[in-house]
Design a protein around this ligand. Structure first.
Ligand code: N1C
Length: 310
């Protein structure tokens, strides 16, 4: 009699120790293949992302981006909107930070444009009351000392956008998503349309366009270019003041205490250049040497100077 019992001895088709059907085995094989493919794909993606850049960013003649640029921008934005001017507490600092970096990342740093900063400008729009705008040229420290005491007055750096960007440097590279921390274009040696110069021109233009009432400018009488037609103030701001909105520009020509030489006063021809540009634009102009409220601030540092004893 032939042996018809169900045998546990493996047949030729089911060798070895596994009791799995052919179907299950095929399924397992397919699953393993799929897993392998997924693993390979993940490894390739990670490899591409982590692989060191084949080409380093272009080398320029200017200083590279400020280390921790994005963190500084975010921190300053929160400081300004939550602590200094809580009336701007609704501003979205996350979006502002993104709009700032998106304005220049992955772009040729010699082809920056006003357009690149439009979203950032929109997100940082701010109303400055009439009679409170203070411009400056070659007098950054003194002008900011002045508005620090006069909290009702605003330089561009006392507005959100100016506060965020003051003193920072930034640029990207067309071939990368990264910032260039090694070098950025120098405005004279490389190109004028670099992200930083275009930024200050763009925000200075808006600051001037929005000014109204009596506006002031702090000028430095102790340098040869007290009024410089090529400075941001002389090239951008005075040409963007609105004659219908701005009644008068009051210039304060300040001189360093103990300075060896005063280059210019309100009677210098260089100030006439400024007066002339404004008269053509139908904006009144007044000028005063060593305006007392600002002079007092200089005297705080040099109380013993004879000019401070009067
Ligand atoms: O070129 P300037 O001065 O005349 O520019 C000053 C003028 C101010 O009234 C500001 O409203 O233009 C605006 N502005 C800034 O607020 C600003 N902060 C920092 C222009 N430039 C600014 N910076 C940087 O200083 C920027 O890198 C630019 O090139 C210098 C301008 O300094 P300046 O010649 O003394």
């Amino acid at each position: 009699m032939s042996d018809h019992r169900f045998s546990s001895v493996p047949t030729e088709e089911e060798p070895g120790c596994c009791h799995l059907s052919r179907k299950v085995k095929v399924c397992l094989c397919v699953l393993l293949c799929v897993l392998l493919c997924v693993l390979v794909a993940v490894a390739v993606v990670v490899g591409v992302l982590m692989w060191p850049r084949a080409t380093p960013p272009r080398a320029w003649n200017g200083t590279g981006s400020t280390p921790h640029f994005s963190e500084i921008v975010l921190g300053r934005c929160f400081t300004y909107t939550q602590l200094l001017r809580p009336e701007l507490g609704h501003a979205d600092c996350g979006q502002i930070g993104k709009a700032f970096t998106n304005a220049f990342l992955s772009k040729d740093p010699c082809h920056s444009s006003e357009q690149d900063y439009q979203l950032l400008l929109k997100l940082t729009s701010q109303t400055i009351p009439c009679h409170s705008s203070v411009f400056w040229s070659k007098s950054t420290q003194l002008a900011h000392l002045y508005t620090r005491v006069r909290q009702d007055m605003f330089t561009l750096e006392d507005t959100l956008i100016g506060y965020i960007a003051d003193g920072l440097n930034w640029c990207g590279d067309a071939g990368s998503y990264e910032m260039n921390y090694q070098s950025c274009p120098h405005w004279r040696k490389d190109c004028i349309n670099n992200p930083v110069s275009v930024f200050w021109d763009t925000v200075s233009k808006r600051f001037a366009e929005n000014a109204c009432g009596e506006v002031q400018v702090v000028l430095n009488g102790s340098v040869s270019n007290t009024f410089d037609k090529n400075s941001t103030f002389g090239r951008v701001e005075i040409h963007n003041l609105h004659p219908g909105k701005v009644s008068v520009l009051k210039a304060w020509v300040m001189h360093d205490i103990g300075g060896v030489y005063s280059y210019h006063t309100c009677s210098s021809p260089i100030i006439d250049d400024l007066k002339f540009i404004l008269s053509k634009r139908n904006i009144s102009f007044t000028c005063e040497d060593d305006y007392r409220p600002i002079k007092f601030l200089q005297c705080v540092k040099s109380p013993e100077d004879s000019s401070c004893r009067k």
